[in-house]
Design a binder for this molecule. Structure first.
Ligand code: ATP
Length: 355
């Protein structure tokens, strides 16, 4: 796949003295679903608005399919956009909302009607053309907003937190629908979200942003399994940290709560006696021994949270508290607070971010 359908080079945006996007560059291939993920205020919406043409970059270039679009007006860019709030025209029915851009583009009535029908089928609302926005649920309105954005067959789709106003169940089903439609049409899509689960579940690749810059760009499994920075490791998914002290650099051993364990990697500047922080995901910890786990630690159950299919335990190891997930097998009662417990893990699963 060509990697330069959408390319952004050294993009910067300042509002007065406040620089909110700081030299961002990335390139994506045609048909990719890309998420811009980061906490509130990190600049992701501003990047999307610069791609759409609603904000002018302070510096930098934006190209689509090789064409420099940086100074084009929004309506010259041939992009479709869906916003957080439904933003349908309240006085137009669904058919006229979806056909709005087509009418502006001068498409004839018959062709327009056929395209609107096609779009209504695509979003699973056939026969809804005479309804008004106020007669529809939030999820249905957002599907109409999506249909309106893609009806003119744009070169790209830009989605600005389109699910955040919906309740949790609808959010999950609509995100699956959006992904299915995107794959069906093969349309390159940029999706802004602050919700890491949403980004992990829907994207081909994710740009993780923090304070105006990119922390990491990669596929969901790369971002989750191999976080490049401490920010990514803590922002995406749950993370345990364990305080450790380096015992022997050559043997790669550290002490955790008085117990000596061997890790797979020490940092280049490791020195004996230095304090360090090991990080690991909850799901790599097991209760008791397990094949392939070369580290065993003993602690006490500090807390038990019943989540249905999963039981989340918090285990105290001296001053370290670790979260770990066990499946609810329904045959055994969950452990109780205060019980002693042995946990095991594989040293290769310890992320050596700071050690
Ligand atoms: P959110 O999820 O809250 O929308 P975000 O990551 O999308 O966050 P942006 O909306 O891009 O963040 O905003 C980044 C920063 O730029 C914020 O501090 C915001 O206050 C500021 N900002 C955005 N638009 C303007 C504007 N038109 N004038 C001045 N400051 C702005």
């Amino acid at each position: 796949m060509s990697q330069d359908f959408l390319s952004v080079e050294n993009l910067t945006k300042s509002f007065g003295n406040n620089t909110v996007v700081k030299g961002v560059s990335f390139a994506f291939g045609k048909g990719e679903f890309i998420s811009l993920l980061g906490p509130s205020g990190c600049g992701k919406t501003t990047i999307l608005r610069m791609i759409a043409g609603f904000e002018n970059p302070t510096t930098g270039t934006i190209r689509i399919d090789g064409e420099d679009i940086t100074s084009l007006k929004p309506n010259q860019r041939q992009l479709g956009m869906v916003f957080q709030a439904y933003a349908l025209f309240p006085n137009l029915n669904v058919g006229d909302n979806i056909g709005f851009g087509l009418k502006i583009a001068g498409m004839g009535k018959e062709e327009r009607r056929a395209r609107v029908d096609e779009m209504l089928k695509l979003i699973g609302l056939p026969g809804f053309e005479k309804r008004y926005p106020y007669e529809m649920s939030g999820g249905q309105q957002q599907r109409v907003a999506l249909a309106r954005a893609i009806a003119p067959r744009p070169r790209m789709l830009l989605l600005d937190e389109p699910l955040s106003a919906l309740d949790a169940k609808i959010r999950v089903s609509l995100r699956e629908e959006i992904r299915a439609i995107q794959l069906d049409l093969g349309i390159t899509t940029v999706f802004v979200t602050h919700d890491q689960e949403e980004a992990l579940s829907i994207s081909d690749r994710i740009v993780v942003m923090n304070a105006g810059h990119i922390e990491q760009l990669g596929a969901p499994h790369e971002i989750y399994n191999k976080p490049a920075t401490r920010f990514v490791a803590t922002f995406v998914g749950q993370l345990n940290t364990i305080e450790a002290t380096i015992i022997d650099v050559a043997a790669k051993t550290v002490a955790i709560d008085g117990q000596t364990v061997r890790v797979s990697q020490l940092p280049a500047d490791a020195s004996v006696g230095a304090n360090s922080l090991l990080t690991l995901r909850p799901e790599v910890l097991s209760i008791g021994a397990r094949d392939g786990n070369d580290i065993t630690l003993t602690g006490t159950i500090a807390d038990v949270t019943f989540l249905g299919s999963v039981i989340r335990l918090r285990v105290a190891l001296g001053k370290n508290i670790l979260s770990l997930d066990t499946f609810n097998d329904q045959r055994t009662a969950p452990p109780s607070r205060g019980e002693p417990v042995t946990i095991s893990l594989a040293s290769k699963d310890l992320l050596a971010l700071q050690i």
